[in-house]
Design a protein around this ligand. Structure first.
Ligand SMILES: Nc1nc2c(ncn2[C@@H]2O[C@H](COP(=O)(O)OP(=O)(O)O)[C@@H](O)[C@H]2O)c(=O)[nH]1
Ligand SMILES: [Mg+2]
Length: 653
């Protein structure tokens, strides 16, 4: 029963690879059978990207020294047989650190200097400027070198109070949160703002991203963590320490930062770490257990959670146990219980979400690819009727038939212009929707928000400023939805007309559902309110902070708007591809009909032979259709667990 996080993650990876392989086979098959139009191709591309770029982010959030880094070592990196992330007294993580894998970049550690905080760019924007980061190459085969390099995330600098203020680590309004001042009047601040670690660890290669965060002061100073990274994490592990209990700053972190956009409790785990500090040789195991249980209950109560949701562990003993292969100690550390909760909560969820997302795409793909088969079938049926009508007729009737087809062909060529007109009206209407969802709209709203937040004395009006912005954005989305509905009804009407006139089988593609993006906006708004509503408004006294906050918001919103826009584009593409396919197939059809008549005229083929040929083609189409159903079906029902290897092998037709 493989239920450790690592094993479950492996299975998820296997499933994704299998899906990618089947998708590739389907795409080749579609191409071989000339069923790959622009819309189908776009869908395939999306499904492929969705699967390939699927990331699972697990964020570890807590006050410093609760054991985040040690827990990461114990869960993910015990295989290196030593401590990889710095986790010892006096060497705690000072900056947010993301561990992941990008095959385009060599194994390295990249560090963004803290001074970048003096500039307005959001963290997301710095990601796009690799030259601004300090890079340290990593030797993945040398755990000692790895561990040494990772110590950089613990580096600090000593700056004057004014510099600390400018960097966001010192606030006159919140004296209790300020760092200590040393004897020469300097303040200790992190040397780096953010660290990205790129290594080809098996789990990271499969799309796991781990976010290790520093304590409260540093988290609060970087709004992007709270409003973007942490809310978007698929799982957040919040850590308390048994030797400190729930402190005031633990509680602040819990309230201000522990909100996830996915509204499911499974994705939020609370860990009571360092239970080994309660292992006391003078107490009986029962007494020790009772003490741990008590602390578990108290912590749960303070956080307002059911007791079962707090998992007591010892990260340190868990790591030692894994390194030394000590089963008994591993059991005592309770780490396996945490790993099980993490794998079931996170991976189970993730796979379900991904499956639901792709199955919608596959269903559309099936419909779109099937449409071309449907057109061909209709064309054959018409030809059949035409040829059957020629039975027993003389040559002059046949000649007449030929000129009638040529006449029809001429008329049809003229109608090409009509279809182009439909396209251009459609595009013109779409332009308005594109503008509503474009970057210009977003920029305008963001500029207004920045101006509002920069007003002196905004503190009490922050919520109002945000709600105005978000109401504006939501109204824009609704207008876009209304315009789309108008376009849809125009499209449906025109398609119906064209179907009646030319015997087409056009069907307006499903209209984009923008309500989903409105829900995204709600969640983004909520994480901002959470962050600003509780104790972080004092930071707005610094105008640069407001700018940074809005830039961070803009990067998040851009993602939402880009995907909304993508959906509208796909809708457009699907309508256009249908028109193109109909035109193409119809032109081909005229060619085939004339050719058939020609052969009959020249007595090269008998009428019955030709009819038999068409029947054979109809059978072939039936088979093509069945195969399409089979291939798309295969994509949906890949088994979730590791049973994939026992599946019947996919064959190329
Ligand atoms: N006794 C004990 N100490 C631990 C445990 N986990 C972490 N520590 C210690 O707590 C300190 C802080 O750990 P670290 O992982 O750096 O905390 P972070 O700041 O939250 O990342 C270090 O000295 C660790 O050795 C544990 O399970 N038991
Ligand atoms: Mg740490």
């Amino acid at each position: 029963m493989g239920t450790s996080f690592n094993e479950q993650f492996d299975q998820h990876g296997t499933w994704r690879r299998e899906f990618a392989l089947r998708l590739k086979l389907l795409s080749e098959w579609l191409k071989d059978h000339d069923l790959l139009d622009a819309a189908v191709e776009e869908r395939l591309r999306r499904l492929e990207t969705q699967m390939r770029s699927d990331k699972v982010m697990v964020a570890f959030v807590a006050e410093f020294s609760r054991g985040k880094s040690e827990l990461i070592n114990a869960i993910f990196f015990a295989g290196y047989k030593r401590r990889i992330m710095p986790a010892s007294a006096g060497r705690t993580t000072m900056c947010p650190t993301e561990l992941g894998y990008d095959s385009e970049v060599p194994p390295c550690l990249r560090l963004l200097p803290i001074e970048t905080r003096l500039q307005p760019q959001a963290l997301m924007e710095w990601r796009g400027a690799p030259e601004k980061w300090t890079r340290v190459d990593l030797d993945v085969n040398d755990p000692a070198q790895l561990a040494k390099a990772f110590e950089k995330v613990a580096e600090v600098r000593h700056v004057t109070k004014d510099e600390a203020k400018a960097l966001g680590f010192w606030h006159d309004d919140a004296p209790h949160d300020n760092p200590m001042v040393n004897s020469d009047g300097k303040v200790e601040v992190p040397r780096w703002r953010h660290a990205l670690i790129n290594i080809a660890h098996p789990l990271l290669k499969q799309g796991l991203v781990i976010l290790d965060t520093p304590g409260l002061n540093a988290i609060g100073a970087e709004p992007e963590l709270t409003v973007n990274l942490i809310p978007q994490a698929h799982a957040v592990v919040f850590i308390l320490a048994a030797d400190t209990g729930v402190t005031k700053s633990d509680l602040s972190i819990w309230r201000e930062h522990l909100i996830t956009e996915e509204e499911n409790v499974d994705s939020r785990l609370v860990v009571l770490n360092k239970i080994d500090t309660m292992w006391d040789s003078l107490s009986t195991p029962v007494q020790v257990q009772a003490q741990i249980d008590r602390q578990r209950a108290t912590s749960a109560e303070i956080l307002g959670l059911p007791r079962e949701q707090v998992i007591p562990v010892s990260a340190q003993k868990g790591l030692v146990a894994k390194v030394n292969d000590d089963k008994e100690l591993l059991q005592a550390s309770n780490l396996p219980v945490l790993e099980r909760a993490l794998s079931q909560g996170v991976m189970g969820q993730r796979q379900k979400i991904l499956r639901t997302a792709v199955s919608g795409g596959i269903a559309e793909l099936r419909v779109e690819a099937g449409r071309a088969i449907h057109i061909r079938r209709r064309d054959l049926a018409e030809q059949m009727l035409e040829l059957k009508g020629l039975r027993g007729k003389n040559t002059s009737v046949i000649r007449h038939m030929r000129s009638r087809i040529e006449q029809e062909q001429g008329d049809f060529d003229v109608s090409g212009a009509r279809i182009h007109a439909v396209r251009s009206v459609h595009l013109k209407l779409l332009r308005e929707v594109f503008t509503l969802l474009g970057t210009g709209t977003l920029k305008k709203e963001m500029a207004e928000l920045t101006a509002a937040l920069r007003q002196p004395g905004i503190k009490l009006g922050v919520r109002k400023a945000y709600s105005e912005t978000f109401n504006g954005l939501r109204a824009g989305l609704r207008t876009a939805q209304a315009r789309s509905a108008e376009i849809q009804s125009m499209l449906t009407g025109t398609f119906r007309q064209l179907n009646a006139e030319y015997g087409f089988s056009l069907q307006a593609p499903r209209e984009p559902d923008l309500a989903r993006y409105e829900r995204d906006l709600d969640l983004v708004e909520r994480s901002h309110n959470q962050y600003l509503g509780l104790g972080n408004t004092f930071r707005l006294a610094q105008p640069e902070f407001a700018d940074r906050l809005v830039r961070a918001l803009a990067t998040r919103l851009r993602v939402v708007y880009e995907s909304a826009l993508g959906e509208v584009e796909l809708w457009n593409k699907s309508a256009a591809a249908q028109l193109d396919a109909q035109l193409r197939e119809r032109r081909r059809n005229f060619g085939r009909r004339i050719e058939a008549i020609e052969r009959i005229q020249q007595a090269a083929t008998g009428l019955d032979d030709r009819i038999a040929e068409i029947e054979a083609q109809e059978d072939a189409l039936d088979q093509l259709d069945a195969k399409l159903t089979e291939l798309t079906g295969h994509l949906v029902d890949i088994p979730a667990a590791n049973g994939a290897a026992n599946e019947p092998q996919l064959q190329r037709a």
